[in-house]
Design a binder for this molecule. Sequence first.
Ligand code: TZP
Ligand code: MG
Length: 210
Amino acid sequence: MKDFRLYAITGEQFHPGKSMLEVMEQAILGGTDIIQLRDKSGDLAKIRKKAAALRELTAQYGVTFIVNDYIDIALEVDADGVHLGQGDVPLTEARRKMGNKIIGISTHAIEEAIQAERDGADYIGVGPVFPTKTKLDVVAPVTVSYVQEVARTINIPFVAIGGIKLHNVDQVIKAGATRICAVSEIVGSEDIQRTCREFLSKLDTAKARE
Ligand code: TZP
Ligand code: MG
């Protein structure tokens, strides 16, 4: 897959009064290079529409587009891939349907990360690093020590997620993350472009120190 540094996920509850497309376009203009549609409403007709609109937007900017949970919708709108949790369809089954499209897997423990790599995930999510209210059924925070463990052990791209804010991202970067994902800090920001640029500049500073 095309590499990425800043991963933004939709979270419409964080920007009342602003349209999802407008918000995600701001994130892209700020330098976000991968966008995920995450919609837990269960309203498939609406999710399909949003997916098609986000596919069009991301294609315009050459940004990678991932659909959370719904393999069929991802395929229907020709998204670049799908993101699955531990409780979703098994990776091997998803791979049969997705062909060589991107499959990302959420992991919360090193055994899950090793298994996802072995089963052919294109990237893994590592989190929640910190407490978050964005995901309701979320497991206890894995802390930065899990980020460190993944950085030492795993050979596919990994992205840190969960409670990551501008004020705590340095700890995550220090633990070895070179890719960051945030929901509320990006989409709920007053100045989305600036927030994205600040995340990227922190990642750049860390890279320059390598
Ligand atoms: N998966 C693990 S934590 C999380 C997801 C989707 C939510 C992260 O949201 P926020 O607002 O960046 O804490
Ligand atoms: Mg899921």
